[in-house]
Design a protein around this ligand. Sequence first.
Ligand code: DX5
Ligand code: ZN
Length: 217
Amino acid sequence: MALIAPSLLSADFLNLERDIDMINNSEADWFHLDVMDGRFVPNITFGMPVIAAMKKKAKKPFDVHLMIVEPEKYIESFGKAGADILSIHIEASTHLHRNLQSIRANGMKAGVALNPHTPVEQLVDVINDIDVVCIMSVNPGFGGQQFIERTYDKIKRLKQLITESGAPTLIEIDGGVTLQNIEQLIAAGADVLVAGNTVFSSPDPQETIKRLKAAGK
Ligand code: DX5
Ligand code: ZN
């Protein structure tokens, strides 16, 4: 069954506690937290102190998506702040293998995120060192963007790579996931679906999470 990870990027930052409770009481599996630095992406969000504060209320794993340059500098800090899964961008990692080892050494699951232009084949020599591959299905930086159709092909190619290598790596899709495309994404091989706008702009977020979850059964 596919996992659902609502993205807090589209939450109401004035009412974070309420939105965290909503996710706690929903069928969601993970919290997806988008950290942006204004350098890797043209937007700035939140960092360790906000994540550490949210961790006190949240009852599900924290899937932290770092959209920052030099992620290696902050691996330990995000671990201490409460990340359970830490994803770094391949485009921001000169020494990806070393960074993945460092994430695991700090007690977290290691994730790698790929921009839309980055081929999944770049992971061939590190696939066994990755717990989650986050395929960006929009250009990172903002919620509520339109899904890039080319993603289906990338999922299928990544699935094949994972199967061939015998790795237990999960495939996560981030950006533009809706109630309309979720079934096709799962059919292509997606294991984890991030959803920001679809959940938080809906009149009943909990019900929307339930429907997303039902699509993955
Ligand atoms: C975009 C972020 C996403 C974003 C997804 O840079 O990585 O996690 O919140 O938002 P939606 O689901 O609205 O496309
Ligand atoms: Zn994200």
